[in-house]
Design a protein around this ligand. Structure first.
Ligand code: ADE
Ligand code: ZN
Length: 334
């Protein structure tokens, strides 16, 4: 359709995609076969089709995370991580993405015995290939997961510092993700304080299932971007602060529907954010699990909210301007 072509052609950046969330069922079966891994003893793993069917009815974030963590267990060797990243970047490029900031969850792989370097070097290899063959720019954002003990995150942080991953440019920023409601809101306080001192860019998943106090806590700990953040509309004062301070929300409409944070894309507060002057980008989160990559998310927003060309230009331009890249790179993309 003409509208989809227009959205495809808009220069876009993606800020909220978990590389492990781009692991398609086909690749799960392929990697399991390659490594002789027995998939979990659950009838949903009968075939690609039964697995895809199960992905169509998650009941909430934790129900999804169960399958997300099971699926990523087929990633073992450096090349697996490289292949996964490369598959995602090809799709992003086809959707008109010029720059992608991508999350990954090392703690979960390390808990299965995969070494830090296997993960980071593999993903870096995929990033380098996207840069040279597709002209994309990329940044890796390492995520701490909230369902494991803080000590596990601290160990990973120490490992990252020992490897000088930030200084050598392989890890550009830090985030947190996984279960929102339950663990202490400020569990990564010490890690974020240490990272802030090193000027490492910080983001955090907040206000997806959790109320706005999860967002204010993330900001208090030093996050300068909020992943999801849709529940911000429940706190008018905080919303005005986020607008005033130019904090970007990385909104993921199809994810919000699949994880039942909203009933439909119409309920994602796109208009409220535009009216309040809250900057946001539109992203895919876990495209292999939620039925669509970034362009599907842009298109779903168009179908639900019927934005005009000017509004779309503002949204896409904000996604470029708020990326963690040099001004010279922004100018190239725009
Ligand atoms: N990890 C992968 N996707 C996530 C999401 N939508 N929320 C929290 N953690 C995640
Ligand atoms: Zn996410």
């Amino acid at each position: 359709s003409p509208m989809r072509e227009f959205l495809q052609g808009l220069p876009k950046c993606e800020h909220h995609i978990h590389l492990e969330g781009s692991l398609e069922p086909e690749l799960i079966f392929e990697l399991a076969a390659r490594h002789g891994i027995t998939l979990p003893d659950d009838p949903v793993y009968t075939s690609v089709e039964t697995l895809k069917k199960r992905y169509e009815h998650f009941s909430n974030l934790d129900d999804f995370l169960h399958f997300y963590f099971e699926g990523m267990a087929v990633l073992r060797e450096e090349q697996d991580f490289a292949d996964l990243a490369w598959a995602y970047f090809q799709k992003a490029h086809a959707d008109g993405v010029h720059h992608a900031e991508v999350f990954f969850d090392p703690q979960v792989h390390e808990s299965r015995g995969v070494a830090y370097n296997t993960i980071v070097d593999g993903f870096t290899k995929g990033c380098k290939r996207a840069e040279s063959e597709l002209g994309l720019s990329t940044k890796l954002i390492l995520c701490f997961v909230r369902h494991l003990p803080v000590a596990s995150a601290q160990e990973l942080y120490d490992e990252m510092v020992a490897h000088k991953s930030f200084e050598n440019g392989t890890v550009h920023g830090l985030g947190w993700s996984s279960s929102e409601v339950g663990p202490p809101k400020d569990m990564f306080r010490d890690i974020y304080a240490s990272a802030a001192k090193k000027n490492i860019p910080l983001t955090a998943h907040a206000g997806e299932e959790g109320d706005p106090t999860y967002i204010s806590t993330a900001l208090e700990l030093g996050a300068r971007r909020i992943d999801h953040g849709i529940r911000l509309i429940e706190d008018e004062e905080l919303m005005q602060r986020v607008a005033r301070e130019g904090i970007l929300l990385t909104v993921c409409p199809l994810s919000n529907v699949r994880l039942r944070c909203v009933k439909s894309v119409k309920e994602v507060p796109i208009r409220k954010f535009l009216e309040a002057g809250v900057k946001f980008s539109i992203n895919s989160d876990d495209p292999a699990y939620f039925g669509g990559y970034i362009l599907d998310n842009y298109y779903a927003v168009q179908e639900a909210h019927n934005l005009n060309v000017l509004e779309w230009k503002i949204i896409a331009e904000n996604s470029v301007q708020e990326s963690w890249i040099e001004d010279s790179r922004k100018a190239e993309i725009l």
